[in-house]
Design a protein. Structure first.
Length: 382
């Protein structure tokens, strides 16, 4: 049920006259619900939720006010509970207050102004508690979203407080370093030591102590494999400039030499002038060799994964160009539509679609002419 425009209160008393008085007292400020029966009041509490405050008499047939509020607190713990009582019931009321079932009590006979004041305080208390709960939920959601985003990065991240105790660690850093268990609350130095990463810890300390160095590179042994990591350390400061922690960033760069070689192969093909076939054949061999080297790294990281995917796509393009050229020469009447489709796929796979080699563009025109005329000159283009 949607929250009412005015705070909703529930008044429970077995005397109709009392309920009428309470309704008259509070109806200008609150949405007032009433009941002469405590059991029916529990049903109303469910039906009319959210209810900000319950005001109930202690002495009622079938169920006392304390018993009623104890059950109400189980069903709707956020609802604030007030009880009307006489002096003879004070011992039970004090016990209920100590147990947390009652926010306040009003002694009979009550003063209307005092009752209004206590009710306003109770409603304010409820609204503040609800707002705090909403903020906590929003904060938890924000943390979930932030963690989800951080876990999708290809950079490992460790956040530590001023004492070097781990406050957060994203999924990539756990994967890169094979970190196990709950890291939060443990010192970063002990985490590195427990996982045999003392050299990495020394690099982190050196970067933290030397503000002039933005990053360093270090060889890391994880599960009998060597990784090369680029490590950066950034201080965390509050608005006053006081440092309260650090963020350690780790990026796996073992694949970067392979990436640079891959980019050289692509650039060589794109810049080829004259006969392209020998350049493509050399590139095919280089790409296959690079793919093998990437597999031999045995590194499950986004950087290696992306490189492997780019190698595969580029090799598909090179194979297609060579095969289409061969088919035009070897066959009298090859399937023109199939040749066009292969060329379109090749262009989509090529990592630089705006830098297609001139001989490949000429091959595409040759296939288009063959598609329209049906005449195959059976001459190599590349």
């Amino acid at each position: 049920m949607a929250a009412p425009l005015r705070p909703r209160i529930l008044v429970v008393d077995d005397e109709e006259a009392i309920l009428e008085t309470m309704t008259f007292t509070f109806e200008d400020d609150y949405d007032v619900q009433t009941s002469t029966d405590a059991r029916r009041a529990l049903e109303l509490l469910d039906e009319k939720s959210p209810v900000a405050v319950i005001l109930t008499d202690q002495r009622m047939p079938n169920m006392s006010g304390v018993e009623f509020l104890r059950e109400a607190s189980k069903r709707h713990p956020e609802t604030v509970r007030i009880i009307l009582t006489g002096f003879a019931d004070m011992e039970a009321i004090i016990e209920a207050i100590n147990d947390g079932h009652v926010y306040a009590y009003i002694a009979k006979p009550w003063e209307p102004d005092h009752l209004k004041q206590v009710m306003k305080q109770a409603v304010d208390h409820y609204e503040l508690a609800v707002e705090n709960q909403k903020l906590l939920v929003d904060l938890k959601h924000a943390n979930v979203f932030l963690e989800a985003v951080m876990d999708q990065l290809d950079t490992g991240a460790l956040a530590v407080d001023a004492a070097g105790v781990v406050e957060a660690a994203n999924r990539p850093v756990r994967d890169y370093l094979a970190l196990e268990g709950d890291l939060q609350g443990h010192s970063l130095a002990s985490v590195f030591k427990d996982h045999g990463l003392e050299q990495l810890g020394a690099t982190v300390d050196e970067l933290g102590d030397d503000a002039s160095r933005t990053y360093d590179e270090v060889e890391v042994s994880v599960a009998d494999r060597m990784y090369r990591m680029r490590v950066a350390v950034h201080s965390l400061a509050d608005p006053s400039g006081e440092t309260f922690g650090r963020v350690v960033l780790l990026r796996e760069i073992s694949h970067e030499p392979l990436r640079r070689r891959f980019e050289d192969v692509v650039a060589r093909v794109a810049a080829a002038d004259g006969a392209l076939r020998p350049v493509l054949e050399q590139a095919r061999g280089d790409l296959r060799a690079l793919s093998e080297e990437a597999r031999d790294l045995h590194i499950d990281s986004s950087g290696v994964g992306e490189l492997s995917e780019r190698l595969s796509r580029t090799l598909t393009a090179v194979d297609a160009w060579l095969d289409v050229d061969d088919t035009l020469v070897a066959e009298d009447y090859p399937d023109a539509q199939l040749l066009q489709d292969r060329l379109r796929v090749a262009v989509a796979r090529w990592p630089q679609p705006d830098q297609i080699p001139a001989r490949v563009r000429e091959l595409a025109r040759c296939v288009e002419d063959y598609y329209e005329s049906g005449e195959n000159p059976k001459q190599p283009v590349l």
